[in-house]
Design a protein around this ligand. Structure first.
Ligand SMILES: [Zn+2]
Length: 65
């Protein structure tokens, strides 16, 4: 594995953990905000798990259960 790929994987798993944290807080009813537009994020049930979106759609994530 080259270094670039390692970095990429590390970034991916860090981002994954951040998204899991975000989901956990949203499910507890704590407000979370889109890093791009600063609007409140909404969580909804999705067939694959949960979807996290902001009103503008710049954040649109699906987290698997
Ligand atoms: Zn946004």
């Amino acid at each position: 594995m080259n270094d670039k790929l390692k970095d990429w994987n590390r970034q991916r798993s860090q981002q994954f953990r951040e998204h899991q944290q975000m989901l956990k807080r949203l499910l507890k009813g704590q407000a979370q905000f889109c890093p791009t537009c600063r609007q409140a994020l909404q969580v909804s049930a999705h067939q694959q798990g949960f979807q996290i979106r902001c009103a503008k759609g710049c954040t649109d994530l699906v987290l698997e259960r």
